[in-house]
Design a protein around this ligand. Structure first.
Ligand code: HEM
Length: 180
């Protein structure tokens, strides 16, 4: 999230404006979640863009099934590729750009379309989703409220990804300034 924020200073400015309006310098709790629409949108867009879990958990069919005309025999191992959905231009135009606004509707409300599926779908979707969502919100909101993050001159952040069981970023540095 920090890399996307640093690479998009306008987005960081908008986040700070929302935090100034609703919070001030206090600690943010889960009670603030509904007010902080832009912060929620930043978390959603980060999850869409970064594709934290590149290779989903394998599952196996327990009987012959047909999905949209495709016949899948019993005992077939299936690994759903949620990242292809989250980068599909039909659902997310300009999919390679970091744009939290895509999750704010015309009434200014935060919304999440079904194609945003970072925790998987169906019966075997992530069991920790509720906990992870709260943690992502609290970390993002409190970090952005307390600090401003900028690039260090001469040390550009490439955003290069290191792909393993989960995706993380290649080593990088940034400058951190207190906001309050
Ligand atoms: C940003 C954080 C997280 C992301 C993006 C994430 C994503 C995922 C994904 C994509 C799956 C596979 C779903 C599928 O096979 O369709 C999964 C499974 C799972 N996750 Fe997470 N997860 C996160 C955090 C957590 C946390 C904090 C916990 C536990 C406290 C957790 C527990 C699990 C478990 C137990 C499964 C296996 C569920 C099953 O097979 O029934 N996850 N997660």
């Amino acid at each position: 999230m920090l890399i996307y924020i640093i690479q998009n200073p306008d987005i960081q400015r908008k986040a700070h404006a929302e935090l100034n309006e609703f919070i001030g310098d206090r600690i943010i709790t889960t009670d603030d979640k509904t007010n902080l629409k832009y912060i929620n949108a930043i978390v959603a867009e980060t999850q869409r863009m970064c594709n934290l879990v590149p290779m989903n958990v394998p599952h196996k069919t327990t009987r012959d099934v047909e999905v949209m005309g495709y016949k899948i025999p019993k005992d077939t191992v299936i690994i759903d590729q949620i990242s292809t959905v989250m980068h599909d231009e039909r659902y997310f135009p300009d999919a390679e750009s970091f744009r939290p606004e895509r999750f704010i509707d015309s009434n200014g409300k935060f919304f999440q379309p079904p194609e945003l599926m970072p925790f998987g779908v169906g019966k075997r979707a992530c069991l920790g989703e509720g906990l992870a969502r709260l943690e992502l919100f609290l970390f993002t909101a409190n970090l952005l409220n307390q600090f401003e993050f900028t690039e260090v001159p001469g040390k550009p952040i490439t955003g290069e990804k290191v792909i393993a069981a989960t995706i993380c970023s290649a080593p990088w540095v940034c400058s951190v300034t207190r906001r309050h």
